[in-house]
Design a protein around this ligand. Structure first.
Ligand code: DAH
Length: 359
């Protein structure tokens, strides 16, 4: 560099290097950048003067200035990178998280009642040998309806007030699942019987008032084996309801009903007192869930031979049983993230669900 560099240019390089080394933040760095490369910067000034130099000197001076410009630009950019890296290192060190620290008093988060109920369902059914299955919120029409014996134009489709999503790249539209029952479809299609699953999750219907939300939660159940009977259904759901509500003598009633995907179908009611809201007493009945023996056509639709296998299914609203169990009067605050409501109804995350202590 020295050979074509004149003293004034070498001085500018030395001074700029020193200034850059002294710049400890991006603000100081930027001031240097502007002072050298900016519109009125020192290097810019030298480049402007080049035009005035006599032609015989212009060529050599021009080459030297270009060389200097490259060197200065590299030095300036290099310093920027170094400062940014140092700033990031300092931030990483300052914001480091120590997950082994105990929670700060009063700042522990709480488990939402919906999550708590789903954990309790998993614990109770888990003890009966069920595992938890999942499916997507945005479903194919056939999984949500067709496979479950709800053909096009079936009135149950209208009842479900379905949200439709446009298909990707002009493909077939999807439905936001109107119930968790499509997880039955998926489980039967992908797993070999015998099956014993529950499927808690989000569901969607175009419905909004004090007792309905467009997004809510259900828990599905499915049992498929060789000799499953209505007796198993009744025993399983009675045991579940008594464990979940913590009332060993809770009256449970099975009432004949209709669902397209079960035959016979039954609504399940629990005993309560309509006036006081007390569960397990009072002689009134409250509908809790739908259930039935899986329709042979549904088994066949999902690739299971109905002459060899049979089973039962059920579906219940998670919000509904949560409100009943904890005496929560209104559905809407479940989704409003009001910290006062969450503090009141939330559960201690350090005291997870365990069956042996009672649910
Ligand atoms: N899918 C029904 C609903 O959304 C609930 C239901 C009823 C699910 C009976 C079932 C069942 O699996 O067997 O209202």
């Amino acid at each position: 560099m020295r050979d074509i560099m004149t003293d004034d240019l070498l001085t500018l390089k030395t001074e700029t290097d020193a200034a850059l080394a002294g710049a400890t933040d991006l603000r100081a760095w930027d001031a240097i950048r502007v002072a050298v490369l900016g519109k009125n910067g020192s290097l810019t000034g030298l480049l402007k003067e080049l035009g005035k130099a006599p032609p015989d000197q212009r060529r050599e001076r021009g080459a030297a200035l270009n060389q200097l410009k490259d060197a200065l630009s590299t030095a300036i950019e290099g310093r920027r990178t170094a400062l940014e890296n140092a700033a990031m290192d300092a931030r990483l060190a300052a914001e480091r998280l120590d997950p082994s620290l105990p929670p700060r008093p009063g700042r522990t988060g709480l488990i939402h009642p919906i999550s708590r109920t789903m954990d309790e369902m998993a614990a109770i059914f888990g003890a009966m040998g069920f595992s938890v299955a999942e499916g997507p919120d945005a479903e194919g029409d056939w999984y949500n309806f067709g496979a479950l014996n709800i053909p096009a134009h079936h009135p149950a489709r209208a009842d479900h007030d379905t949200f439709y999503l446009p298909g990707e790249n002009g493909g077939t539209p999807r439905v936001l699942r109107t119930h968790t029952s499509p997880v039955q479809t998926r489980t039967m299609l992908t797993q070999e019987p015998p099956l014993r699953i529950i499927a808690p999750g989000r569901t969607y219907r175009a419905d909004h008032d004090a007792t309905h939300s467009p997004m809510f939660h259900q828990c599905e159940g499915l049992v498929i084996d060789r000799n499953i009977t209505l007796g198993h259904l009744k025993g399983c759901l009675t045991d579940f309801l008594r464990a979940f509500f913590g009332i060993g003598s809770l009256p449970v009633r099975f009432r004949s009903s209709y669902f397209p995907f079960t035959e016979p179908s039954m609504e399940v009611d629990i005993g309560w007192n309509r006036k006081t809201g007390e569960l397990g007493a009072g002689g009134d009945w409250l509908e809790i869930l739908g259930s039935g023996m899986v329709h042979p056509r549904v088994l066949a639709n999902c690739g299971i031979d109905p002459r060899e296998w049979q089973g039962f299914a059920f579906g219940m609203g998670v919000e509904r049983v949560t409100m009943l169990k904890h005496g929560i009067p209104d559905l809407r605050p479940f989704y409003e993230s009001d910290i006062r409501w969450l503090r009141h109804y939330g559960f201690n995350p350090l005291a997870p669900v365990t069956l042996h202590e009672g649910i």
